[in-house]
Design a protein. Sequence first.
Length: 174
Amino acid sequence: MTELSYLFMITAMLAGLLAMISIWSRHRSWIRAGALVLAALFLPLSYASYASLLSKPKPASLEWWLGEADDATVLSSSIKEDVGIFLWLQLQDIAEPRSYVLPWSRDLAEQLQAAAREAEEQNGELHMRLPFEQSLDELEPKFYAMPQPALPPKDLDRPPPTMYQQAKRGGLDA
């Protein structure tokens, strides 16, 4: 199940609890019926609002579900000056990538562009360190290109290659 399912189940239980309270209250019956109708209208509205949030990037500062992520692979990025830094991140142990937005920062945008350029030159991956932590430490970069992988070691213990020689033609001299 996804987070949307859990959040909607909690919302539905709370709406059901409110409906039960309104039914068993000692108010007039038209007030109880109105409360029941409002609870019934609340469920599709809350589901629609949760579903519409799925297509929007989540502010990284509001990520409380996965707040302890140490590293993420940046699959794509878009920088909108004075608006935000939009990222498509692949987090460890999560199958699907997720969309996030960071608050606008010129330094962070320049760092992202430099790291993306370096990753492209090396044909490597772009990573983000501590994606959901608000750090005041400016010494360690938030974005970095993965180092180029080392070449495979040469096998010095390998047996020499098999040599084939062509047989002479004619067989008998005449």
